[in-house]
Write a new protein. Sequence first.
Length: 499
Amino acid sequence: MRTMVLAALLLGFGPALAGEDVALPTVDYANTRYSALDQITPGNVGRLKVAWTFSTGVLRGHEGAPLVVGHVMFVHTPFPNTVYALDLDQDGKILWRYAPRQEAGVIAVMCCDTVHRGLAYKDDRIFLQLADTTVVALEAETGRVLWSVRNGDPAKGETNTAAVLPVKDKVIVGLSGGEYGARCHVTAYDQATGRRLWRAFATGPDDEMLVDPDKTTELGRPIGRDSSLKSWDGEQWKTGGGCAWGWFSYDPELNLVYYGTGNPSTWNPVQRPGDNRWAMAIVARDADTGMARWVYQMTPHDQWDYDGVNEMILTEQEIAGRRRRLLTHFDRNGFGYTLDRATGDLLVAEKFDPSVNWAKRIELDRASPAYGRPVVDERYAPGTTGEDETVSGICPGRSAPRTSSRRPTRRRPACSTCRPTTCAWITSRSTSPIRRASPMSARRWRCTRPRAPTGPAPSSPGTTFQAGSPGRSRSRSRSGRGRSPPPAGWCSTGLSKAT
């Protein structure tokens, strides 16, 4: 069981804003998560004391920072995505509570947990997308629903865990469901009315992906006609995944929105030959039209379920005597990338941990036809082995298997931070309409992991947001025999990936 601790400190609060009237879970449009607030210093941090605590009452994974706007803190929960407005001038008094109604069956198609990665605030409105993909705008002062619109269909495996991004007069949202064969998209809605303004799919025909074969580029070259369709076998792109289930960043001067796409679907790489574009890619889109300026696929034909959704961090630095607008992304495949965010020019692509072994390097020779692609070590590529052959020692290791076998198999991740995982194909006999809608329903992976130890049973139900000394506060389950947080060494990527 996972909980979240929040510090409400006696030294005071200030708004965590991206601009004069915008507040984001990543603090700013550049996704730096850096705050310039300076009331807490090395000299006074030792004097922090508990001011008050608040329990959300939800015992699932809490992700996404609360927002502080003036004297009000906006807190959200995992499913059912309840939102609270707390008055910081009155010890966290609840000003209002938004409690949406969602079908419990949605939980069955939320891959790995029922998390939510954060609210957004702009122009006196709170924006969020619920687990069932309903996008909602709330009046910040009262919590009154201003509008709501459905962004996807859980019966097709489409759900949401992503944060949203308010930009200009739009709110931009992603989708989850790559594990269930969703064909994912990014969509912009009008902030005032909820009217859909544009939608861009990750896979499929050019017009549906909002790409221009001649003007949209990858590494400086036009992507060409049918760049996605040519990289899939038949019509597999219709269940191709590529979900944007993380965060978005934005450059106001270039008017470009940046995000990463997740794993291709289905998981088994043998079933989907080709590069599977544009899953596992970084995408830069015009905020007004949704048209893609440039794309870069980090892991073509992803065999490891690495997902490319981590933050796109925007900075400006001098490189070779030239001031450049940069995008830096630390991917789950173990490589860190730096690109020119105006052009998509690849400047750096290096391992950020020496134990990464699925690829030897990223090809950086511009004259090579493989420029920008990973040089895969076939010893750690499940899609290149024969049936029933075990692939072991892959790093980064994952909780989900990557093998060409259709029979039970075992794999042990090599990363020192991961614990062994045993995985096998099973046949699903579920009669759920949601399960039947998934192309992975007939055969899917079952994974088992070492169980975390159980802890003592505290008193009342709820997840506690605690105000107090950082590093000392402990939050825990408060109903029945709650489990302690996973022990050190537990494979974090396996537990926290919630698409």
